[in-house]
Design a protein around this ligand. Structure first.
Ligand code: 2P0
Length: 350
């Protein structure tokens, strides 16, 4: 008789931080130097789709991972930490309930696919690890909440812990050395502020020059400005951002989003040697947002940049015409825009 193949598929969304995670106090457990906050993008546009299977018919084989059609390394310490924790949770369930099939001992096959450029500064590791953890948790029928799974996904990639929720999500840095209080929580569901939109401008789909993982630890080690960011800037931004979301105050949301992006990139520039993620097209996007807001007489658009040159522009649905319409017109005159840049998609929170 053919052996059963146990299977679960799931998708996980991309999230874009409006208060940035940058810096680890414990690189092994992926414990951050500061809390962060993100908006989850719609899975209609940007998502990772992951299928996990396990079967006694795979016995004798190793765990495997196929990412975007190519065999990928599953032996890395971060992926192994996620698999170990998920298997331990499944083994505990099996010990409690001996009638359950012993899936925790079977080899895993994981197949994962992004519908956007991998490692282009579009938080692919966030969606990737969130989908991996949730697919295996579903396969193992774990009764874990998104916050409980966030503790596991965090060990794969810090920002992944925020992709287990839709809407507005905080990653509380926590204080414990074992990381058990370093987890994601929902600040508000997408339905709280459903008119929020994100325009993603892919300036370059090339892989990053300096990876986040190494870049942030160079910043921690060498930037004096970063010490002030962690101590004085982020706590103020977190409180102001949570209040802005609660009050649906777009002007405040936008101000904090832009200031936090500026603060993060200033710390990158203060790193020794310096790290520059933004380029001339990125800076043209900043000027376009300023021009749009000046023309509107109020703040209708906010930019933010992660560890790459791509721009994410937040705006409200009712301001689509002045923001999206004007944005492209303003960029037309930017060198490099016509050759390299293209718009990616306009997405809502999910
Ligand atoms: C963020 N970024 O909050 C920030 C803003 C990039 C800039 O989270 O080492 O890929 O895997 O924990 O999560 C990118 O860092 O780093 C990131 P690891 P990760 O979204």
């Amino acid at each position: 008789m053919a052996e059963t193949i146990y299977k679960a598929s799931t998708t996980a969304p991309v999230n874009i931080a409006v208060v940035k995670y940058w810096g680890k106090r414990d690189p092994k457990l992926n414990l951050p130097t500061n809390s962060s906050l993100s908006v989850t993008l719609s899975q209609a546009d940007l998502r990772t789709l992951t299928t996990a299977t396990c079967s006694a018919s795979y016995q004798g084989q190793e765990d495997s991972l196929i990412l975007n059609g190519e065999p990928s390394d599953i032996k890395g310490a971060r992926t192994q930490a996620c698999l170990r924790e998920l298997r331990a949770k499944r083994a505990a369930l099996e010990a409690e309930n001996p009638s359950l099939p012993k899936l925790s001992t079977l080899p895993l096959r994981i197949v994962s696919e992004n519908n956007f450029p991998t490692a282009a500064g579009l938080a692919s590791s966030a969606a990737g690890f969130a989908a991996l953890v949730r697919a295996i948790a579903d396969l193992y029928e774990l009764p874990s909440s998104p916050t409980e799974l966030s503790l596991i996904a965090r060990q794969g990639s810090g920002s992944a812990c925020r992709s287990l929720f839709g809407g507005y999500v905080a990653w509380r840095a926590g204080e414990r050395d074992d990381g058990l209080d370093s987890k994601a929580v929902e600040v508000a569901p997408a339905s709280h502020w459903p008119s929020m939109r994100a325009l993603i401008l892919v300036v370059s789909a090339a892989k990053k020059g300096v990876s986040s993982t190494s870049g942030m630890q160079q910043t921690v080690a060498t930037s004096d400005l970063f010490k002030g960011r962690v101590a004085n800037v982020v706590p103020v931004h977190m409180a102001a951002m949570e209040a802005a979301i609660k009050d649906r105050d777009f002007a405040k949301f936008a101000e904090v989003t832009m200031k936090d992006s500026n603060s993060f990139h200033a710390c990158c520039a203060d790193t020794y040697p310096p790290i520059y993620y933004m380029n001339d097209v990125s800076r043209a996007a900043v000027r376009a947002v300023q021009a749009i807001n000046e023309a509107a007489g109020k703040t209708v658009a906010a930019y933010t940049f992660d560890a790459g040159p791509n721009a994410v522009i937040y705006y409200l649905e009712e301001d689509s015409a002045p923001v999206v319409g004007t944005f492209y017109n303003l960029l037309q005159s930017t060198d490099g825009w016509k050759d390299e840049a293209k718009s990616y998609s306009s997405t809502a929170t999910q």
